[in-house]
Design a protein around this ligand. Sequence first.
Ligand code: P6P
Length: 337
Amino acid sequence: MANSKLNQTLGEFIIENQASFKYTSGELSRLINSIRLAAKVVNHEVNKAGLVDIIGNAGDTNIQGEDQQKLDVYANDKFIQTMTKRNIVCGIASEEEDDFIAINSQDENNQNKYVVLIDPLDGSSNIDVNVSVGTIFSIFRRVTPVGTPVTIDDFLQKGNQQVAAGYVVYGTSTMLVYTTGHGVNGFTLNPAIGTFYLSHPDMEFPEDGRIYSVNEGNYIHFPKGIKDYIKYCQMEEGDRPYTSRYIGSLVSDFHRNMIKGGIYMYPKSSLNAKGKLRLLYECNPMAFLAEQANGKASDGFTRIMDIEPTELHERVPFICGSKNMVEKAEEFMRNAE
Ligand code: P6P
């Protein structure tokens, strides 16, 4: 993309690229626009979290058994309200909701074709310590007949069926990064005027990198292949040892690795037999972005986007980032089998 596109607004970009999207009904454009709006609203609260009584626990737990942070609940409500009020989608699944939400399911005139799966505020436990957090979203076309209530089948689709995916990173600046299958583009919010501007066109993972991101506190619980790969990263040989960087916020670690080159791992362990990250609204969207950015994403053996989902909140081991680094980690996993 020519740099002349830099500083194009997200709105202009969506309109200009709508024609490249095979389902040019404009519905997806409206959906991305609604996510943009909700992101600005959530960003406003995240950025002042320390000032108002909106940090800390909401006094409830989600289906994962995790304490719901007040901002988790706030972000969840804002994204769901924004998409529901605009009558753009026919169903929503969220990390913060036990079951999926059917939108206008009694209205046979509901011709909406898209379902959205979302982690409204990933890494929210970092908010109290002023560390970046993110929103992650995944968009599919429904597979059940338009005009009928959505079913679980509309949500349990393989990641290779996604029509769009992206994240918002609420960091030193707030960025919206997304793909509709034609590459990955990053937009930075100018908070003074509330407009996202194209700042990172055609984002790509360098094929190699020197950053590895994993919670090494769990090292003794990791499978042998992961332990062997971590030791490989730490060995003095060639361009190694690599640098260890782990923010504890998937979106932030992913974003940095995509720009600088690197690998993120949340493997299975003796503590978490399937790892910690959720397939549908964390791993699939990040995997779609990774592959669109010349990177790779697997569970150590299988391409994330080829995994057949079986339940809404299922977890999978997740290895993602620079292609050559992921393939090296997969080699260690295979050899340790
Ligand atoms: P741990 C945040 O809770 C999250 O889902 C990811 O954003 C992050 O990378 C990971 O979990 C951190 O988990 O077990 O290392 O604290």
